[in-house]
Design a protein around this ligand. Structure first.
Ligand code: ADP
Ligand code: MG
Length: 352
């Protein structure tokens, strides 16, 4: 196993954590990223900097690796598909094509008899007059959205007219769910119906950005079973290999909805770095390498608190907050990003 070199597309925090996990498993890594300051270059064996459509840089990257994975799902399908002709890409590019398009993703989930929010595709602002049923709602770009980017709340139909956006680029309008809780299920599929699934994680968002994740979530047994069953059904249908996250909403009547699927390791799973004997990152790497593992499990309860924007400067203060005092240990992760920006995930703290 020590000769294998893994290529990772994307060099942010997820790329860094994948490279660190790979090292633990004695796997070499090459990170390919369009950002010259990508934090993951500090943790990989080789770093290739170039745009994701730069053919020369892509072949320089591919020449050094045996297989390829990625840290974010918004890489153009064509790029992943080209790469897959030379070196295997896992998860498969076809999974990405489906999931990077909110409409295709939701259609796919509904075909599996799994509930999503109510949604409708929109191409023109004038259509809003026929869509009263979907209000209050959120208008979302069908592609390239993350951390709430490309989302616009629409309370009344008039709201849409003041927005300076071109709907012909592809949008969906989603009915707002009256949220009781948000949870996620992080699982790893090893092929042949072999799964490792953590119990659901309870997530708190602020301004549509994940703020805090608690494992295990405080939910009913019914929701626990249903969310794990739905996440497994989705992974099985996709014939998925690797770690995947399904985000869910629970409404005030205890109905469960799939919000979205992330075909990768996920921010809500970062607590597994400290409260499980195998993290989501290690499980991802083992599964894409076709390896097996023994009995991964969560050892203790834990909370992950994201450090967003300027919060990175007060991480020690956040560590001392009373609400985390029931946890014995804490560990601060600083992603080493060059610039602090509002809404940017700069690090996190695990309490366990
Ligand atoms: P992103 O791709 O940016 O993560 P999401 O669709 O997951 O986009 O939305 C981010 C957050 O915004 C959600 O986790 C939730 O808190 C809120 N949100 C999004 N859609 C809805 C909805 N239909 N009803 C209620 N809250 C929503
Ligand atoms: Mg989301």
């Amino acid at each position: 196993m020590s000769q294998i070199t893994l290529g990772i597309i994307g060099g942010g925090q997820l790329g860094s954590m994948l490279a660190i996990a790979a090292k633990k498993l004695n796997i070499k890594t090459v990170v390919f990223c369009d950002d010259i300051d990508a934090p993951a270059q500090n943790f990989c064996n080789q770093f290739v900097n170039g745009n994701y459509d730069n053919k020369e840089k892509i072949s320089e990257f591919l020449n050094q690796v045996d297989l390829v994975t990625f840290e974010f799902e918004n890489i153009p399908f064509e790029t992943l598909n080209e790469i897959n002709k030379f070196k295997p890409v896992l998860p498969k590019p076809s999974v990405n094509r489906l999931i990077q398009h909110r409409l295709a993703e939701k259609d796919f989930v509904n075909k599996l008899n799994i509930r999503t929010t109510r949604y409708v595709s929109m191409e023109k602002k004038s259509e809003i007059d026929m869509l009263e049923d979907f209000l209050p709602g959120i208008l979302k770009t069908t592609t390239m959205g993350y951390d709430g980017k490309g989302q616009y709340p629409i309370r009344r139909s008039e709201d849409i007219h003041s927005l300076k956006i071109d709907l012909s680029k592809g949008y969906i309008l989603e009915k707002l769910v009256k949220l009781k809780k948000e949870i996620s299920v992080v699982l790893t599929r090893f092929g042949n119906n072999n799964y490792e699934i953590y119990d659901p994680i309870e997530n708190i968002h602020q301004d549509q950005i994940l703020k805090q994740s608690k494992l295990p979530a405080e939910i009913s047994n019914k929701i626990l079973i249903q969310s794990k069953e739905w996440a497994t059904r989705i992974a099985e249908e996709l014939k998925y290999i690797g770690t995947l996250c399904v985000e869910f909403f629970i409404d005030r009547n205890e109905n469960l909805y799939v919000n979205e699927i992330a075909p990768r390791v996920h921010n809500s799973g970062h607590i597994t770095l400290d409260n499980a004997n195998m993290s989501q990152f290690e499980l991802h790497i083992l599964s894409i390498l076709g390896q097996v593992t023994t009995n991964p499990k969560v050892i203790k309860k834990g909370i992950m608190r994201n450090l967003i924007g300027k919060e990175i400067k007060k991480s020690r203060k956040i560590c001392l907050l009373g609400k985390y005092s029931s946890y014995k240990k804490s560990r601060i992760y600083n992603y080493g990003k060059k610039d602090i920006k509002e809404g940017r995930k700069m690090g996190h703290i695990n309490f366990f």
